[in-house]
Design a protein around this ligand. Structure first.
Ligand code: SF4
Length: 250
């Protein structure tokens, strides 16, 4: 599954030669997870990531190219949660290296992983870190409480919480979480996240059934732009025909 590889490279490379703070994954360092949505009232908030009309984006990408996600780690660009004093721009990316299995099953496996991984972001509840997401625009806004700041919350700890949750999903090998709080122009990541969504929607269409008519397909533009998608549909069609015992007409 390398459908998202170019977008992972684009998003990862978007920081140029900047050096982030890098933290190796350590599940024991995860910030307390409350296990439920915790309401942080405005009067109790220290600041909002992506709040007050600051730009924000979030994106999850799956790959089976180990070089793109060679280890579990958390990268932080810009001020960390302890340094931030007011609302800032906010970016969070999650890149996941998942187990590779071949041919037609590969797309299905990756698609299932994508769907489960999308669910993870609704299932991470760091204490004093109230996440609000918009699936339509890929926005992710976080209200951080004064109490969490005074107790020492950091992106390393929150990132470890995310990785713990991602690693509960079978087939996830490595996870890279990237946080950024000082990038004012997020357009590169916003447009990349939109392309990721388009590819996932196309994959849904491909896995939905046997319909294969590029001429009338709404996803033609995405397929034309993404090497491997059309081949994925051909494989899925052949696999489905095989399972249903459908033979080609001569
Ligand atoms: S391969 Fe053709 S039919 Fe299949 S999703 Fe792409 S454009 Fe649509």
């Amino acid at each position: 599954m390398n459908l998202y590889d170019e977008l992972i490279k684009t998003m990862d490379g978007g920081f140029g030669d900047r050096a982030p703070s890098v933290y190796a994954y350590n599940g024991a360092k995860a910030w307390e997870d409350t296990g439920h949505n915790e309401l942080v009232m405005m009067r109790d908030a220290a600041y909002e990531l992506g709040g007050e009309n600051n730009p924000t984006v979030n994106c999850t990408c799956v790959t089976t190219t180990p070089d793109l996600v060679p280890r579990d780690e958390i990268l932080v660009y810009g001020p960390d949660l302890q340094q931030i004093k007011r609302s800032t721009p906010f970016l969070r990316l999650a890149f996941l290296d998942v187990e590779d299995i071949g041919e037609a099953e590969d797309e299905e496996k990756a698609y299932n992983a994508i769907k489960k991984l999308e669910f993870v972001r609704y299932n991470v509840h760091p204490a004093g870190y109230m996440v609000r997401v918009s699936t339509e625009s890929n926005r992710e806004q976080v209200r951080v409480s004064k109490a969490a700041v005074s107790k020492g919350i950091t992106f390393e700890k929150v990132g470890n919480d995310y990785i713990n949750k991602y690693k509960e999903i079978p087939g996830v090998k490595h996870v890279k979480i990237i946080f950024a709080t000082d990038v004012k122009d997020l357009s590169l990541w916003v447009s990349s996240a939109k392309k990721v969504d388009d590819i996932t929607k196309t994959l849904t269409h491909i896995l939905d059934g046997i319909n294969f008519d590029c001429g009338s397909c709404n996803f033609k533009e995405v397929c034309d732009d993404t090497p491997g998608l059309k081949e994925a549909h051909i494989r899925q069609r052949e696999d489905l025909k095989r399972r249903l015992g459908i033979k080609d007409r001569n």
